[in-house]
Design a protein around this ligand. Structure first.
Ligand SMILES: [Ca+2]
Length: 251
């Protein structure tokens, strides 16, 4: 073997070693596990929502004293898991769990009476939304949730992607397709959202539980970064109506 061949084979061996040592890039979206929703609950139709809204207003004005037939219909409509989840007041992780603060890398500036602040993604209203405020579809923009050490632990994430208030608003604005989830500052997984106007439930038990449920432990955070979107027909801005949690250590 001449010197040139020896040199070449040494270079090849070294390149192979260095590629092995590098391994997959832990920050690349491709190397993280992709998680699909275990449940998806569709929004009620616009007509059902309007009917529910009217009944809900009467329910609140009449101090829960509705005629039997209206009460029955109100309960029937409220059984839609999305409305039940947001508005029923039934027991949930939130009986003990609490988010201290919601922040974001950016938000769209206020337009008339509508604001697009990060807290809108966690106010139990499907009508208020967070919209990122960067150029284009906001790839790389993020929403972050802060929890106290004492907070009950989190095992699941529930997301209403896009502007779900109406079908028209949902189609007009971009929705997240992939959200990169970070725990304690490290990328953990990619949430694969369906292009569906409804609540999407991600069971993350195999990565968790997240947090401590211990008052002696520090504040901790979960971050959700937009990696890819389903583009809106009218506006590029990417919108999230709600991003909430489920978990343990409650009751
Ligand atoms: Ca909201």
């Amino acid at each position: 073997m001449d010197m040139k061949k020896i040199f070449l084979s040494m270079m090849l061996a070294l390149t192979g070693l260095s590629m092995q040592a590098q391994g997959p890039n832990p920050n690349s979206a491709n190397s993280l596990p992709h998680i699909k929703p275990s449940n998806v609950w569709l929004m009620p139709t616009d007509e059902e929502l309007e009917e529910w809204r009217t009944l809900n207003e009467s329910f609140e004005q009449e101090d829960a004293d509705l005629p039997d037939n209206l009460m029955k219909r109100y309960e029937e409509l409220s059984e839609n898991p999305v409305l039940e989840d947001l508005y029923s007041g039934k027991c949930s992780w939130y009986c003990g769990g609490e988010v201290q603060r919601v922040t974001a890398s950016s938000h769209l500036k206020t337009q008339g009476k509508f604001n697009y602040l990060p807290k809108n993604a966690h106010d139990f209203s499907h009508e208020s939304v967070w919209a990122e405020g960067a150029q284009g579809q906001g790839i790389g923009e993020w929403l972050e949730y802060e929890f106290a050490g004492a907070c009950p632990r989190v095992t699941a994430v529930k997301i209403l992607p896009g502007h779900v208030k109406t079908q028209a608003a949902w189609e007009a604005n971009s929705r997240p397709k992939y959200l990169k989830m970070y725990y304690l500052g490290k990328p953990l997984c990619i949430l694969d959202l369906q292009n569906v106007r409804g609540m999407q439930y991600f069971d993350l038990e195999k990565f968790g539980p997240f947090g401590y449920h211990d008052a002696n432990k520090p504040v901790w955070r979960l971050r959700f970064e937009i990696v890819d979107v389903y583009p809106g027909t009218k506006y590029p801005d990417t919108v999230i109506s709600e991003l909430e949690f489920d978990g343990i250590d409650v009751h």
